[in-house]
Unconditional design. Structure first.
Length: 183
């Protein structure tokens, strides 16, 4: 009987040790996870419909794959600092860049349905602006260079939430969660 109690106690101890080991095992490091991307475009060239240009701009966009939102600061040599906000949906990018131009504080350039290459994040398409309210806006073609792409490196969703000031908003994000392939 004593031998049976020892075996039972040993089995329980081994079982609890294994359960603790499994509970503390890290999530699979090999699982691909959703990450934020920083897309640093050194050159985004705007050409007028008549062929004049290029009128270069640079910007750094942060891309959230959960919502498709992109946003970030930029600079256009002619107009100065800009702020860009938009959306990536599949292989299309839409955005508006806002500038503070002397005499016109709300100068905007809008790109709608530009084709986005998902292999290197280059894009090209059409743009319009609100340059002259009297004569009307300008339009033309936009072509980006290849951006420097830097992904975040969250090991899991909990790490992403812990590192964000707005925990409630971060908790609803997919960043750090495993990417589940749809077959």
């Amino acid at each position: 009987m004593k031998m049976m109690n020892r075996v039972t106690r040993l089995s329980v101890a081994v079982g609890l040790s294994l359960a603790a080991l499994v509970a503390t095992a890290p999530a699979s490091a090999d699982a691909p996870r959703y990450q934020m991307l920083t897309l640093h475009y050194d050159v985004v060239n705007y050409y007028l419909a008549g062929g004049a240009g290029p009128y270069p701009q640079s910007f750094t966009l942060t891309y959230n794959p959960c919502s498709g939102a992109v946003s970030g600061p930029g600079v256009a040599n002619i107009y100065g600092v800009s702020q860009t906000q938009g959306l990536i949906s599949r292989d299309v990018i839409n955005y508006t860049s806002n500038y503070n131009v002397s005499g016109q504080t709300d100068y905007t350039v809008t790109v709608i349905n530009a084709k986005l290459d998902l292999n290197d994040y280059t894009f090209d398409g059409d743009w319009t602006d609100n340059y002259d309210a009297v004569v009307g806006g300008q339009s033309g073609e936009v072509v980006s260079g290849i951006p420097k792409v830097t992904p975040s490196a969250y090991r899991n969703h909990g790490e992403f939430v812990a590192q964000n000031a707005d925990k409630n908003d971060a908790a609803h994000s997919c960043i750090g969660m495993p990417i589940v392939s749809k077959k």
